[in-house]
Design a protein around this ligand. Structure first.
Ligand code: MN
Ligand code: MN
Length: 456
């Protein structure tokens, strides 16, 4: 390891006492429960709203009264959530904002999904977010989402999460016939159009019918959920891995799960918010949708809802809105890639984040010459760093891989472009964007502590 005074690879477990260690493992239990019930953005909003209400937050709609001491949540179309708590401090000193995203890479059904072939029925999909397609073959999948009927009714669906329920599947090729497949590039041997979901194989009895297996699937769906094939046109149905979060390792220090990116930051955000009752600051906690496809749309971080809420708060308290934004501070809570010795060639050891290194502060993201980055100002990084050091938060600086090895972005740029100081902060992840990602419980806990210190 490099011998620099500045760069020191730390392990959180070397720096915490028995009591904190217990807190690390206890906190992870709550997170794993949250994550098991929050695989999609719609699931996560439901889970978070229930938690918010338990903590005294009340629904807010534009035009409602906002007053000092009030705790509110704005549920944007069931897919994004904004929690805010009005503090006693002068609002023109700014709002403390934390912003994570609650969507994760997955397979979305197409609008006309159902067909049959080879005595099997399938759903066609269009993948959502950046995935390695081959990772989605031959694993159990669950179906989540909504179907909106012509009569205005919405059918909520979750199939495949309970052991007693059927799950779904993308076929893979046997190795015996896989010679040609295996000789192709990994980015090419599974095409987007090959990610078809196996959903049935029994034909209807009537032999005169065409597409008899397809019809049987459709009849079963109609019986159970009351929708017809046409209703797929106004549906949002998505396939996610069907398994639950699990401890990893003999010491149980790690968690394997689908959707850590970015629920592993969303959970610390909301729990830190609930634990910040005595904070004098006005706090705004954002759980955004659509980050994995570019933060577009009215539920993504680029949506005006974000600043509309800041505007309403400013107006209600008689403050100058532009000044409120100018003095606001944000932690864009998102994950970074943990250094992985199995793939060390894409990491630069001196500037990577490490498993058990603590919460990661990422000054800049971007690709090819920092393109698209927020790149937090040195003054703001110093401000945040001082807060962490004073609160005993163990943190590390991290950059996403080697220069020109690739890159990525977060919602940070869409916050800071509204004239708000912003830096990325979150958890280092192994196998990011895979159907089973891995994080450290200690890093999760330090992210929670970091957000608590920031809110204080
Ligand atoms: Mn993310
Ligand atoms: Mn991501």
């Amino acid at each position: 390891m490099e011998n620099s005074i500045l760069f020191k690879q730390r392990n959180v477990f070397d720096y915490i006492d028995g009591e904190t260690k217990k807190a690390v493992f206890d906190y992870a239990e709550g997170y794993m429960d949250f994550l098991a019930n929050s695989k999609t953005e719609r699931d996560a909003v439901k889970t978070a709203v229930a938690m918010a209400e338990k903590n005294g937050y009340v629904p807010y709609d534009f035009g409602n009264e906002i007053k000092v001491g009030g705790k509110y949540y704005f549920n944007n179309r069931g897919k994004a959530l904004y929690l805010f708590k009005i503090g006693t401090e002068d609002i023109e000193n700014g709002i403390r904002i934390s912003a994570a995203h609650i969507d994760s890479p997955r397979l979305d059904l197409k609008q006309n999904p159902l067909y049959e072939d080879g005595n099997m029925a399938f759903f066609k999909t269009h993948y959502y977010g950046g995935i390695k397609k081959y990772q989605w073959l031959a694993i159990p999948l669950a179906l989540h989402g909504v179907v909106c009927l012509r009569n205005g009714k919405t059918v909520d669906l979750v199939v495949g999460e309970d052991d007693g329920e059927p799950c779904f599947y993308v076929n893979d090729l046997l190795p015996h016939l896989g010679a040609n497949q295996m000789s192709q590039k990994a980015s090419e041997f599974v095409k987007g159009e090959d990610l078809n979901i196996l959903v049935g194989s029994v034909p209807v009895e009537d032999k005169e019918e065409k597409s008899r297996i397809k019809l049987q699937v459709m009849q079963a769906l109609n019986e159970k959920y009351g929708f017809t094939e046409e209703d797929f046109l106004s549906a949002e149905l998505t396939l996610v891995p069907a398994y639950k979060p699990r401890d990893i390792g003999f010491d149980r220090s790690l968690i394997g799960a689908y959707g850590h990116d970015d629920k592993v930051c969303a959970y610390p955000e909301i729990t830190a918010m609930f634990e910040s009752e005595s904070s004098p600051h006005t706090l705004l906690c954002i759980l955004a949708d659509k980050e994995e496809t570019g933060s577009n749309g009215n539920t993504g971080m680029k949506s005006a809802v974000f600043t509309d809420i800041m505007y309403e708060i400013s107006k209600a308290l008689g403050a100058n809105y532009n000044k409120v934004r100018h003095n606001s501070k944000c932690l864009s809570a998102d994950v970074n890639a943990a250094f992985d010795p199995n793939f060390s060639d894409v990491f630069e050891r001196q500037n990577s984040s490490y498993i058990n290194g603590g919460v990661v502060m990422t000054k800049y993201t971007g690709a090819r010459g920092k393109s698209g980055t927020n790149d937090a100002g040195a003054e703001y990084v110093a401000f945040v760093r001082n807060i962490f050091d004073e609160a005993g938060v163990i943190w590390q600086a991290g950059e996403l891989g080697k220069v020109d090895a690739g890159g990525g972005g977060t919602v940070a740029a869409y916050v800071s472009e509204r004239n708000i100081d912003t830096v990325d902060l979150g958890v280092a992840v192994i196998s990011m964007h895979s159907p089973f990602e891995v994080i450290s419980k200690a890093d999760l806990y330090m992210t929670y502590k970091a957000l608590l210190a920031f809110n204080k």
